[in-house]
Design a binder for this molecule. Sequence first.
Ligand code: NAI
Ligand code: MG
Length: 479
Amino acid sequence: MLIDGELVGSVSGKCFETWNPATGEVLAQVAEAGREDIDRAVGAARKAFQGVWRKTKPSDRQRLLLRLADLIERNVDELALLEVLDSGMPISLARSSLIPRAAEQVRYYAGWATKINGETIDNSAPGDFFTYTLREPVGVVGAIVPWNSPFVIAIWKLAPALAAGCTVVLKPAEQTPLTALRLGELVLEAGFPSGVVNICPGFGGEAGAALAEHPDVDKIAFTGSYKTGQSIVRASASNLKRVSLELGGKSPDIVFADADLDRAIPGTAWAMFRLSGQICCGGSRLFVEQKIYDRFLSKLSDFSASIKVGNGLNPTSEMGPLISSEQFRRVSGYIQSGLEQGAKLVCGGERLLTGDLRNGYFMPPTVFEHVKPHNKIAQEEIFGPVICVIPFKEIDEVIALSNNTTYGLAGGVWTQNVQKAHAIAKALQSGVVWVNCFNVMDPAVPFGGYKMSGYGRDSGADALEQYTQVKAVWVNVGS
Ligand code: NAI
Ligand code: MG
């Protein structure tokens, strides 16, 4: 792990294994952070925050971030390969989209480092006072991230924190520690002072919980399940640390009869099947207008069945395995519950066991129809490649159905009618709405949820603001 500028083992000497989910093979032994290691990392982050990092000029933070972005880009092949081996995602996605996007994210926040300002404020207090604000970093940030898109999500937390002048302890998911560790080496190569970034792989119940409870951590930035989100909020009460949460979803994706089906068919399929459905904003509830229901379903089924599932290292693979046997069991359990509650499989639903796929956790694109809105598969986050198709007749009906969930991360609508598009965009209770597209993201555009999908945002100026706090200064200038 990376603590205080050095690559070290754990205090206990313990290690854990990380696997390749496409083959079941062990990839590496990784140092396992316990409470003592988290203590050391938080101590180093605190020292750097009070000392060297607080004194670093904004332009120097900018330069370091730009250097890090260049290094990510220069090592894109290696980072993509590590990400594919550890998480199972397709190399095409990692190499041409996700890792380059992470570099862009770092560059975007590098730009912000020199543009974080307070204000002068005209006040009406009796007397004569000059008032201004200072926008200051919140301090030591604990970043706890998941395994579905490990590198990008780690960067989502790290880049704005560093731009704002915070220091960081990053805990990657136990399933996917490898790109985070390589990132640690790149941070050193870029020349960040010791202790500004610390990276501690380990398990949630131990290292994650220690970070969330730690009295000297000022903020937790988390992406993961709502249950872990709840336990982080409870743990945060000890010192009232700030928390931002990007949790799960059960996003609606709405297709009106007037939609351009040549776009909507692949669009709605990839809205859910990207990353094998292990995606928080996935369009898992697909509402299709009755008039085109049969035609749409048959085309969606054909398209889904044509998606190439395989080892992510194969450049033609479009969809990889699920992350673990545990996740495979979870997803299979949902498919079973769908069948038991009367839903009908249109395609997929059974593990792929042919040839090389036998040793991995491969589930093909799966589409259900005859799903009732109250069924478990229409209410709970499956986090696998499963779409539930539900017909609708009226716009008010589909709005009510769409919002009938405890989640509120994202939603999509496919229509050529501008009134309908804007009406849906306004009516959906979610932090993101995509019109005639899905899963598009950019460093400048905020991403995050309403309702039980969490609070706080990743990306954009909104995310940056959450790593800062504001101080009001009163100067008596009266004579
Ligand atoms: P999780 O939320 O438990 O894990 C995410 C991160 O939190 C990991 O780094 C983990 O080590 C850490 N963690 C776990 N328990 C913790 C604790 N008590 N204190 C602090 N940190 C802790 O998710 P898990 O178990 O990997 O997956 C379960 C389900 O969660 C999935 O099936 C999916 O529905 C959802 N999920 C959602 C994600 C999203 O992007 N919103 C990402 C991963 C999972
Ligand atoms: Mg792994």
